[in-house]
Design a protein. Structure first.
Lengths: 333, 218, 500
């Protein structure tokens, strides 16, 4: 069941007192229009009431990223940023609505791999070139994990099993990052996995813990609790280098085990297409300031991501590279 | 006695469905026209679902359930079930089969009971015989339904112009003043009150971004 | 266990935590009453407000919003046939009929009492057995889910009305409508006719708002409207008989809701439908159901609250959200720097137990608030319908917007209203249609997953013992009422061989 909700990001700073005023339907209302200009960025553009679109339902990774960014951006600028979840169609609805905001510097979108995956696999009207890339927050590699009881020890074990007796792997949908990772593994090794599609990370994890599927591929932030408790065991990381986070430092990369596969999901912020140069520079400035804050570090660390922030054209370059890989993968399916 | 909502024999006029089937109209003792048309529509929908579903792929390449699997099954089921239903409608009242005959009787009985209950409720509730609680005659009621739908339709169309809350307020006012013929003052007061209530809850307390429309007021 | 309880009480009973528990449940009740704003929306909207609070306090308040909205959602379903959330749709059957018969106060009281009992019973289950139950529920994979959903579908017969064949056809139509959008596990867009808005399908809550709220309003106008209820205050109170008749259904609903709620992939909405279906089969008063029987209020309401509480079991015991709302709550854990997972009980005992004990206080507050408020809320029905119905339209359409955050959803509600009007006018039952709509996505997902696990063969359903048993039960549940209705008809035709 989907949930649709929107949030007023500005409230993080509100204290207990105004909360009570608010519950009494009192005057805990909008704290002005935030229209007196940013403390950062070039002149000429002043944000008004800004909306941060999250093209997925509340509670997921994109939602957490969007809310963290909105709160962080608010802190370093004077903008009032409201988060709006517009979910549906694996993100297609939110992106399509965003496409209609062309030229509006007061709308942002919390983006991730769906930006690339959707145009590559579905009939949507947009590509990443229709938007203005502002910043990449960082990259999120995936772990191949199994139930702690599994006899598999490494990723080659999994591949071996797929070849000999077949292996069920859970994926989170046709365009999910995990499907891409498994497809890359298939191409590299010649094995083939039997995919069981699920709707969310939560469902995937339930299926793995219940022994319904052999292995899943997930972002480490989604399973850290279960890895720590010993319910779930990582086989390998589909990453270029080993994680620096203590919990995952021992996890070998797929390449170390002889399967040269790595694919990172990016998370970032987009502005609509055709916005003014000033607006673009303003938001890039805000992003550069956000990366310096503790809030940014905390976000990256609690989700076990790589702090590979990139801005403007550098972010565009990442998108181009991602697009190329993805179209190759999908094209061969 | 006001005509009941479901009496198939007397109230066979369905002014809003539009479709006309003179062939059925003469068959007075047959099934009600609403039942036939309704079931036929359902049958057509089922057919469309099944056919389009087939186009989406009954099975995926690997022999597993495809995106069209359930649509085909559901659509076919609808087609078969509504065909049976139609068949029964035409055969049941005349056919000598005891089971289906009893069913027909049961149906009539049930309708009569409902009719009676309705009539009793109405005579018990309203003081005047002819008019309902809105002060409308039977004929006016059907018109009121169309009017309310019309006002809602226009109000939703106006959202991009006036914004959500203002359109809805206007809708409430128009319904109260012109369809329900309440006084200007009362209509204005109630719609303003509704506006205020929703403004307080949605905008101030919960801070939901509601569309303000081209006017950009609230 | 006892130590933990004491710890929980110590945490929950501080004035601050009690205050925010109260704030949460009151806010939740209000949010629940407004159609379109369900518990998930409520928690998400108010999540940022709580970030400045202590984590325990914040989670107590957010959870309060969750179960508070379960209480509120039934109120509007009963009074004006406008369900506040998907799990209270069933309440607009018998609950609304009770209200129309002047028993609104009683219906609201029954709903509050049933909610309370279900909440407390399931809370005890949650506290005592969270870990083992959560582990047990993991055994339910896609094939078992599929069997349970088929069992849910078998309850259609209970909703079908007089013409069973037509009822089942309407359920199939609901299924068909639920297939609009991108198919689960595929990237094929179905029945969208090029519309981006349809990619994610029609929202269940929007369709049901249209059918139940708007459809009902227009039918009332056409039928001549309803007279305002001029009952004395005393008549609004619940009677002893109503209370007595509600006991067994409440307990049945609680048990069923708890089990369905803890399973992955089901949820409170399915639980409430199934509870109604069961009641319609086993209750002594089953023939009154649909016309305002207390059983039709108590059982689904208990089931939906028990299921809501049960969804905390995988959430707290495994760190895997058991429902849309608990997914957002889990997001809140992360924002507070807490790592949800199987170790949560061990690492954060004060937080977990404080939260659980607060459920007890929260539900107690809700009961104490709702019981005296029931006759007061029932006064709404004294408002002349000519004033009431424009306001119902207002709240439904604004709620529709809040639901999908776009005008498209408002149109969905409008056209669903049109559909609901014609369905009711021409005797095409709406309840099975809605059931099909609820179960459609669940059914399809489980079907696709099962087929993938069986490498294309659905025989896997019979190879796994649990799903095989459930499948047999589903078949029995579907066929028994049919058989008994045939027997009943036979008896009526041969009145000589009379009753047992």
């Amino acid at each position: 069941m989907t949930a649709h909700k929107r949030t007023r990001g500005a409230l993080a700073a509100l204290g207990t007192v105004s909360l009570i005023a608010l519950t009494a339907c009192g005057n805990g209302g909008d704290a002005g229009d935030g229209g007196d200009g940013g403390s950062t960025g070039g002149g000429g553009f002043e944000p008004g009431n800004v909306t941060m679109i999250v093209p997925f339902a509340a509670g997921g990774g994109s939602d957490i990223a969007g809310r963290a960014t909105a709160a962080g951006f608010e802190e370093v600028s004077d903008a009032t940023i409201t988060v709006r979840n517009i979910d549906g169609g694996s993100g297609a609805v939110g992106y399509s609505e965003f496409l209609g905001e062309a030229g509006n510097g007061n709308v942002l979108l919390a983006t991730e791999t769906a930006l690339i995956a959707l145009p590559a696999t579905q009939d949507v009207e947009f590509t990443y070139e229709d938007f203005t890339p502002i910043m990449m927050l960082g990259e999120d590699y995936t772990l191949i994990v199994v139930n702690a009881d599994s006899e598999l020890q490494t990723c080659p074990d999994l591949v071996e099993k797929a070849k000999s007796e077949g292996a069920d792997v859970g994926i989170s949908g046709a365009t999910g990052l995990d499907n891409i990772v498994f497809t890359l593994m298939e191409e590299e090794t010649g094995a083939s996995f039997n995919r069981v599609p699920f709707e969310s990370g939560a469902e995937l994890l339930t299926a793995l813990l219940g022994g319904q599927v052999e292995a899943i591929s997930v972002n480490p932030g989604e399973v850290s609790g279960q890895i720590e408790s010993g319910d779930v065991r990582p086989l390998c990381a589909a990453a270029q280098e080993r994680y620096e986070y203590e919990m995952l430092a021992d996890v070998e990369t797929a390449a170390e085990q002889g399967i040269d596969v790595s694919f990172a999901q990016f998370r970032g912020v987009l502005a609509p297409g055709d916005i003014s140069e000033e607006a673009r520079d303003y938001w890039i400035g805000v992003g550069e300031e956000f990366v310096e804050t503790d809030a940014y570090t905390e976000y990256i660390e609690s989700n076990m991501m790589q702090p590979t922030a990139a801005f403007g054209d550098d972010f565009t370059a990442v998108l181009e590279e991602n697009d190329r890989i993805l179209r190759e993968v999908v094209g061969q399916q | 006695m006001p005509a009941g909502r479901t009496n198939p024999f007397k109230d066979g006029v369905c002014d809003v469905t539009g479709a006309d089937e003179p062939a059925l109209a003469e068959e007075r003792s047959g099934p009600s026209r609403a039942d036939v048309i309704g079931t036929a529509i359902v049958l057509v929908v089922g057919l469309v679902v099944a056919v389009m579903g087939w186009g989406y792929g009954f099975q995926a390449d690997n022999g597993q359930v495809g995106p069209g699997f359930l649509p085909v099954l559901t659509g076919s089921f609808i087609v078969v079930a509504s065909a049976l239903e139609l068949l029964r409608m035409f055969l049941a009242p005349t056919a000598p089969v005891e089971g289906s005959f009893m069913e027909g009787v049961e149906k009539v009985e049930a309708r009569a009971k409902e009719e009676l209950a309705r009539a009793m409720a109405e005579s018990g509730g309203g003081e005047k015989e002819e008019l309902d609680v809105f002060g409308r005659t039977h004929r006016q009621r059907g018109r009121a339904v169309q009017l309310v739908f019309g006002v809602m339709f226009v109000a939703i169309l106006l959202i991009p112009l006036l914004g959500l809350l203002l359109s809805m307020t206007l809708m409430t006012f128009v319904i109260l003043r012109f369809i329900e013929s309440r006084g200007w003052l009362m209509s204005a007061a109630v719609s303003a009150g509704a506006f205020l209530f929703f403004f307080l809850i949605f905008r101030l307390a919960l801070g939901l971004p509601l569309p303000t429309g081209m006017l950009g007021l609230v | 266990m006892l130590d933990n309880l004491v710890l929980g009480f110590q945490t929950a009973i501080t004035p601050e935590n009690l205050l925010f528990c109260l704030v949460g449940v009151v806010l939740g009740t209000v949010i629940g009453m407004l159609p379109g704003l369900g518990s998930a929306t409520g928690v998400a909207i108010l999540l940022p407000v709580t970030l400045s609070l202590d984590p325990v306090t914040a989670l107590i308040m957010l959870a309060g919003i969750y179960y508070g909205s379960q209480y509120g959602a039934s109120t509007s379903a009963i009074l004006i046939s406008t369900p506040g959330d998907s799990s209270s749709v069933v309440l607009s059957l018998d609950g609304y009929q009770m209200a129309r018969r002047g028993r609104a106060g009683a219906a609201l009281s029954i709903s509050a009492i049933a909610s309370f009992i279900a909440a407390i019973v399931s809370l005890v289950g949650l506290m005592a057995l969270a870990q083992p139950i959560a582990r047990w529920a993991l055994n339910f994979g896609p094939p078992e889910n599929l069997a349970i959903i088929l069992l849910g579908l078998a309850t259609i017969v209970s909703f079908a009305g007089e013409n069973v064949l037509r009822g089942i056809t309407m359920a199939a139509l609901g299924l068909a409508v639920s297939m609009i959008g991108v198919a689960s596990g595929f990237s094929t867009a179905r029945f969208t006719f090029g519309s981006i808005n349809l990619l994610s399908g029609l929202q269940f809550v929007a369709v049901m708002l249209g059918i139940f709220a708007i459809g009902e309003v227009l039918n009332q106008i056409r039928a001549g409207g309803v007279t305002p209820i001029r009952a004395r205050f005393r008549d609004l109170l619940i009677t002893r008989t109503e209370l007595r008749r509600s006991v067994a259904p409440t307990l049945r609903g609680t048990g069923l809701g708890f089990i369905v709620g803890v399973l992955p992939g089901a949820g409170a909405t399915l639980a409430s439908f199934m509870a109604y279906g069961v009641e319609k089969q086993v209750s002594r008063y089953r023939h009154e159901m649909g016309n305002g029987a207390p059983e039709g209020v108590a059982s689904p309401e208990a089931a939906n609250n028990a299921a809501a509480n049960a969804s905390f079991i995988p959430t707290l015991a495994l760190g895997i959200p058991g429902s849309g709302t608990t997914a957002i709550l889990l997001g809140a854990f992360i924002m507070f720097g807490l790592q949800p997972g199987p170790l949560l009980f061990a690492q954060q005992p004060d937080l977990v137990w404080g939260l659980l004990v607060s459920f007890f206080f929260g539900n107690l507050i809700l009961l104490l608030l709702n019981l005296p408020m029931a006759p007061v809320f029932a006064q709404v029905l004294r408002v002349p319908y000519a004033y009431l119905y424009p306001l119902v339209l207002f709240v439904s359409l604004v709620g529709a917007f809040a639901l999908g955050n776009n005008t498209f959803t408002v149109w969905v509600v409008f056209f669903a209203g049109l559909l609901g009007y014609f369905m009711k006018r021409f005797d095409f039952p709406a309840a099975p249609f809605v059931l099909g709509l609820v179960l459609g996505p669940l059914l399809e997902r489980a079907l696709v997953q099962t087929s993938a696990m069986g490498h294309g063969s659905l025989l896997i359903l019979l190879q796994r013992p649990v799903s095989a048993v459930l499948l047999v039960v589903a078949l029995l549940a579907l066929s028994l009422p049919l058989i008994s209705s045939v027997i009943g008809r036979y008896r009526r035709r041969h009145p000589a061989r009379q009753d047992i």
